[in-house]
Structure formats: C-alpha cells, structure tokens
Design a protein around this ligand. Sequence first.
Ligand SMILES: [Zn+2]
Length: 563
Amino acid sequence: MRHINALYILLLSFFLVSCENFLKKPPLTELSESSFYKSPGDAAFAVNAMYDGFYELEGGNGVPYLDVLTDLIFLRNSWEIGFFPATNGSLTSDNWWVRDRMWNKKYTYIRNANILLENIDQFRGQIPDADLDNYKGQARTIRAFLYTRLMQIFGDAPLVTKPLGVNDWPGTNSADEIINFIMAEFDQAIIELPVDPADNKHGRLTKYAAYVLKARAAMYVAGFYNRPEYYQIAADALREVVNSGKFQLFNKYQDPAKDFEFLFREENEGADNREILLSLQFVKNEAATENTHNISTVFAGNGWKGIQAHQNYIDMFECKHGWQAHGISFATMNSYRDTKANASPLAGRCPDYTPQNEFANRDPRLNQTFFNPNIRGSGGAISKGGEFWPEANRSFFPDQDNDAYFFKKMVEPSLFYPLYEPWNGANNYILIRYADALLLYAEALNGSGRTAEALPYINLVRARAGMPAVATGDRMELLEIIKHERKVELIMEQQLYYDYKRWREMERTMPYGAVYYGFRREPFGAVSQAMETKYLVYPKYYNWPIPTDEIRNNSNLTPSPNW
Ligand SMILES: [Zn+2]
C-alpha cells in the first residue's frame, strides 16, 4: 500500500499545485483532473492515498501530538513544531502550522475526495458494484472525517463538495451546514462500506469504523454546540458497533498488567486483535525515503523525547482500589490542581500509597503508559534510576535535566533490536479502537439520561485494566467518571483535545497562568520544578483562526471571531 501511495503522490505532484503555490491560487480549487482517471486502477490508487488524511498533522508521520494541547502532557522543546504557540497562548492567525496542517492539508485531501467522487461513476460496469461502492464509501468517510476536524478546529469554514474551477472563490459556511453534511455523508458511507475489512491488519474502512467516526462527530456537536439530541444520534450509531458482536477488548494475556500495553504492539496488530477497528499502516524500511514511519517510539528512547507528562497527569491515575474506595472526587481531579502546593490525592487516604514510590499500587495503566523513573532521595539529593525494560533489554534513564515522565505506551520494543532505530517505526497507529467506542457509548447513553444503562460499558473498560467497577446513579458524577476514564485510557490517540473542547473543559483544566510541575520533589526535601505555564484565554482558544493568507486571497471568507 505504501508503494502505491508513493507512486500516486508522485504522479499527483505533476498535476496539483505545490505547497508553495497553494496560497497564490484561489484556495480550495482544483485544476482539471478528469484526464487522470483513465482506469479503475487510478481510482484505487487515489483511495489508498486518501488514508493519509487521517494523520492529524504531518504528511507522512504518525504524530500523536494533539494532546499536548491539554493539561495532561506537554511539548518539551520550544523549538518544536509550529503549533507550540497553541500550547502556551501565543498563537496568531498567520501560524504556519495551522495554515499548512490544519487548513491546507485537510482541504487538499477533501479536494482529492471531491475529484474521485465526481469521476468514479464512469467505471460502473467495469468493476463489480460492491467494489465501486466501497471506493466511494471510503472517500466519503475520509472527507466527512476531514470536515469533522475542520468544524472542530475552525467552527465555521468553507464547505466544498465538488471540484472547483480556478475562478471559484468559496465563502464561509456555518458549522451547522457542515454538521448536516457530515451526518448525511456518514449515513451514505455506512450503506456503501463493507461489513468486514478488506485486509488483515485493520487498514481499511468498514461500516463499523464509519459508525464510530459519525458518533465522534455527533458527540462533539452535542457537547460543543449544546445540541443534546445528538447524544441519541451517537448512541444509535454506537449501538450498531456494540451489538455487532465483532469487537472485543484485547485481553490475550488475561493479565491487566500487560494487556493494555501490548494491545498497541506490532506483534498484536493483526486481525486477531478484535479491539482495533482501524489503523494507519506503516511498513518497515520505507521511513528514510518516504517519511512514513510511526514516530511514537522517539518519545521514549534516547534522543528527542519531545512529548512528556508532568505530575498533574500522573496524579490522575487512581490507586488500585479506585478513588471511590477512598472518597476522592472525580470532579475535583478533573479540575486544575497545583501539584506543587497539593500532595497526591492518595496521600493520607490510601494505605498503600507511598510518595517516594509513585508508581506502586496504582491503576495498572500507569505503569503501561509511562516508564517508571524510580525516583529516590532525601535531603534534597535526588536520583532517578529509571526502569529496566526487559522487552527491549534496555534501561530507560530519565533525562538528568528534566523532571517529567516519558512514554511507554505505543513504544515498540522491536525498534531496539538489533539496532536502536526509533525512526523506522513500522508499528501501526490505531485510529479507532473498541475501548473508545464503549466509553463514547456510555457517555452518549448518559447524555440521553440513561445513566444506569451506561455504567456497564465503563466497567468493561476498567475490568480489562484491572480496576474495580465504579458505581453511581448520578448523571453528573458519571460524566466526571467517563471524563476521567477517557483521560487515562486514550492519551496520545488524537481524541482528548477534541474531548476537552466538546466538554467545554478548557477553563476548568487550563485556567490562565496555570503552572504544571515535574515530578513532586517535596517528599525528597526539594522544590518541584515548573515544566510549562499556559496563558490561554477563552473563548478565543476554543477555535483556531482561519489563516490570514486565506482571508487575504479570498474576500468571500469571513475571519474567525476572537482572532
Ligand atoms: Zn487505595
């Protein structure tokens, strides 16, 4: 598939405007492309290439960056990537990252989908109808996904559904118009897509993947736009997934200390992992030339470590007894906490909590998400022994100049043998998995007032992780529990930033001037160090600005409010 993509992209580059020229042309428009579709094979190539539209950011890397925009993890290096300003509050409307990755990239893939959908019916009769419908369903789903993202990022944005001429200058459509389009398109795609995947590694869209993508969009509309009727739309879509009997939480080892970590491993990315509904596919040894590797491992090994966690997120992992056993409030833990001024919520409550050994007796997902820094010390002298990781036969030494925690989740041990090759990640990146679908289903049911029905689905996810069941009949408390569960289950999976927005949680979790500290030094007789400070103002930071260049080029576009 990667070779096909590369060929297609190479061919496209002769036809399409280059990145540099993009801004000098009327935006969002298409050169005449119909001559490119000479055979059904061309359409197949085009559909394959569209899957890269699922990358949130880079063109070819699996970069799970977006959660640095929450209070959970942070971007370590200020030189890193153009949207660093979005994390600290210095974003402007001419930010190149927003322009290139959030606007241009998404409209480029939308344009390609528009061309395909406009041209593909000429091949009806030449290939089986089911294949042709499948191509359309895939293009339609990816386009609807891209419009979901544009709606989530910009709110109002141009809705372009057909190839445009060079003199067409689209105006801004309301988010409502985009939402109506998204919902109708997912419904049509669900008819067109197959029930079972066409490959053995979850690399192809199915009906069920489209149901989840539709539900995610509906949940966003329900929360962000305060349209509670969309909870029912989401619940209806997710019920199809849950009741299909095709999916189950990965528990191959029947070991809560292992199953969560190993579900992301390359060795478990095949069809027998029934938790996965869709993955981005990576192939070994194509990274150097095509820049198409999964980079999740660089966040762990020696080198970059660009994305790390501060103490705030570590504190969010329950002890093994669960917070309800100790009367700790989920609502409190979902709000901003100054971890320098406040001890762990477990201190003085859980008999098995030791401040000098933060990783002991916790939600087993803590040890499967981060390497244990094994911090020891007294009287201000601190050592960080790091964790020995048998799978990679390697010790992970925390940076000497940094107090934060670094990732184990999605780190691929095969990249440590026989050479350390963090830039050659062939482990697929999961885009949709069943745990997310179950938590969304619970939230959609709860949002529809069916709290008692929602509880079992959360407890399924907790049981796989080895955590005790939660119990509540209170709708607001259950919502706080679900928020918590999503935070510990779904980090780095490109969901949580959009969750925070739809929950309207940004002020609550990231008030202006909020400081986030590294590991808690006070138990060792020292002072905790600040890792980052967020200066985000609201409602401004709930949406990002339509890029200045686009507004300058096209007077039909409306500038984003607040920017
Ligand atoms: Zn406890």
